[in-house]
Ligand binder design. Structure first.
Ligand code: FAD
Length: 562
């Protein structure tokens, strides 16, 4: 990796009090309590972002361009957000200092070299950041630096200020209110949480200037790198997400959404067209909320303001405000549930004998299932990094409990890498939901990969857009091209099995089998009171295989008798 070198015009020796604002998420100026506190009373302010190889190092073996954990679209979105943050900091007399390396070590070096007295960063509930925070604290202890927290400063040490400002509520408070365990339903969460006091309090004061950056000494500071600086080759325009990163774009987008008061007042999920292309049916603010380019509290207050000024509006869970509460609900459960991101040792997750079928997984991931509705959504994931909520429902259900019976963790990994809004808590929670592993248990309700999309888009425009090979397929066959007579396939220049795959499963049969396995797995979980072992799951899996073989045998026998 080669980084563009950075030089400060007039480096000042930082002899006064210096603070360091460590940006991780929360990539914004507005309503940023950590930044505001870092600036208050400081002679010098060092706004820092560390390029973390854990997320950013190119992985040549990954299934698409990007790092092991993030596809190129999300990396680009982050870099755009950093460029915008830098520009906004410059307007206030500061600028962003980019460093590269293992964040806790990089940070510790800066703290020492710049003689920092105040370290400020937003609290993060994700396990990776929790571990990182512990690493930083461990380095402090190892180096015998006294740490104090907000309003408890000791002269010799470093004061750490790490406020909760990514969510509306502090997940730890909710868990405490609930006797130490997170609430497991949206309704109980809302009841327990009440009106968010922090969210209703005035947002942080608008910053008009920031203290200057002090001398950076010998710390290797750079400009915000480009995709190429990070060692990636840029992709074609067609493969890029249409959504641009950054606080400025987040605020523009949010204002545009809420300017339509009627739309906000009538917002009702899950209504809305998942196949809408020109104007998505929802706000597409998720990537901005994920990186904290938009404050969820500010967004919440803007929605409240609209609601106050209309006669009637929808309510949670279906309203726009209700969507933000879903976000907070999932953050709370994720924070309070050990091993939330896996089936094993996760107390809220049903134990199910998912298949380990890498071929089916790859067909789904690479948009080759032969079901155009599913494949088109997966192409949207690869190219846009964003899909409508119901589209996510369809492909997640298809991969897991609907058709392919592949482990939800595998699908989660694909989403985690490719989504531009990829969010540890929300993504895992929704995969648990969609696979009927937690939160939602009506496994008989399966999204049809054929008729669901047709309801919204009978002509198949969404499919034609993302799967141009099917663009000339008549609308009668666009959702089931394998049923088109060969003459029609020839005319449409798309032979099924050659130009576009045959379906990987028979949906009716596969979904019936999935329901049967889930029925038995639920019985097993009930019987063993959730204490299902790997051996129990293996034996259930073997029984399923046996049953399937028997059924096929008797079917063949019936056919020979006929
Ligand atoms: P809007 O409908 O405009 O909602 C506004 C905001 O509310 C969103 O930006 C988001 O922050 C929040 N929100 C909306 N729906 C949900 C929800 N179901 N759960 C939690 N918060 C919600 N969302 C992510 O942000 N990151 C993910 O990694 C993610 N993974 C998902 C995986 C699966 C399998 C499924 C079914 C859903 C996933 N979602 C995820 C939730 C949801 O689909 C997206 O938040 C939503 O589609 C984003 O579009 P929007 O900003 O236009 O949403």
């Amino acid at each position: 990796m080669r980084f563009p070198v950075f030089s400060l015009p007039n480096p000042t020796m930082a002899s006064g009090s210096s603070s360091l604002m460590w940006f991780r998420k929360g990539l914004r100026i507005h309503d940023n309590p950590a930044l505001e506190y870092a600036a208050r009373g400081s002679d010098y302010l060092y706004p820092v972002f560390v390029i973390d190889p854990y997320y950013m190092e190119p992985d040549p073996n990954a299934f698409s361009s990007g790092s092991r954990r993030a596809g190129l679209n999300r990396i680009r979105f982050l870099l755009e957000s950093l460029v915008d943050l830098d520009l906004n900091l410059q307007k206030l007399g500061s600028r962003l200092l980019v460093l590269n390396g293992e964040p806790s070590e990089v940070l510790f070096r800066c703290l020492k070299e710049w003689n920092i007295k105040k370290l400020c960063f937003e609290f993060d509930t994700e396990p990776y950041y929790q571990a990182l925070d512990n690493k930083v604290k461990y380095l402090f202890i190892r180096e015998r630096v006294t740490i104090s927290s907000y309003r408890n400063t000791t002269a010799a040490g470093i004061e750490i200020f790490s406020p909760v400002s990514h969510t509306l509520f502090n997940p730890a408070d909710i868990i405490q209110k609930n006797g130490g365990r997170p609430p497991l339903s949206y309704q109980s969460f809302v009841k327990l949480a009440g009106e968010p006091s922090w969210a209703s309090s005035p947002i942080s004061t608008e910053l008009t200037s920031l203290p200057p950056v002090g001398s950076v000494g010998s710390c290797p500071i750079s400009e915000v790198p480009t995709i190429e600086n990070l060692g990636y080759e840029d992709t074609e325009e067609d493969d890029r997400t249409p959504f641009k990163g950054g606080e400025s774009e987040a605020l523009r987008r949010m204002r545009e959404s809420i300017a339509n008061k009627e739309w906000v007042a009538n917002f009702e999920k899950p209504k809305g067209d998942p196949s809408s292309l020109v104007k998505p049916a929802t706000t597409v603010l998720s990537p901005y909320l994920k990186f904290g380019c938009l404050s969820s509290r500010y967004f919440y207050q803007c929605i409240q303001e609209v609601q106050r000024n209309v006669k009637r509006h929808t309510s949670p869970p279906v309203s726009l405000l209700g969507q933000l509460l879903w976000r907070d609900f999932f953050y709370t459960v994720a924070f309070g549930t050990p091993n939330f991101d896996q089936m094993k040792d996760n107390r809220i997750c049903k134990q199910i004998p998912w298949k380990n079928d890498d071929e089916l997984l790859r067909a789904w991931r690479d948009a080759r299932t032969g079901f155009p509705w599913i494949d088109a959504i997966m192409v949207q994931l690869q190219t846009w990094g964003w899909m409508h909520h119901l589209a996510r429902h369809c492909v997640a259900c298809f991969l897991t409990r609907g058709d392919l019976f592949v482990h939800w963790e595998k699908g989660r990994d694909v989403f985690e890498r490719l989504l531009i809004d990829s969010d540890w808590s929300i993504n895992n929670a929704n995969w648990l939901w969609l696979s009927c592993s937690s939160f939602f248990y009506q496994y008989n309700r399966i999204y049809s990969p054929i008729s669901f999309g047709k309801k919204y888009d009978p002509n198949g425009n969404f499919i034609r857009h993302f799967l141009p090979i099917l663009k000339d397929m008549p609308k009668e066959y666009i959702y089931e091209p394998w049923t088109a007579p060969l003459s029609i396939q020839v005319k449409a220049k798309c032979i099924i099995g050659k130009d576009y795959p045959k379906p990987v499963v028979d949906h009716d049969l596969a979904s019936k089998e999935c329901k049967q396995i889930l029925y038995e797995a639920y019985q097993l979980n009930k019987r063993l009171n959730g204490k299902v072992t790997e051996e129990d799951l293996k034996s259930l899996g073997r029984k399923q295989e046996e049953d399937k073989k028997q059924e096929q045998k008797s079917k063949r026998l019936k056919q020979t008798l006929i």
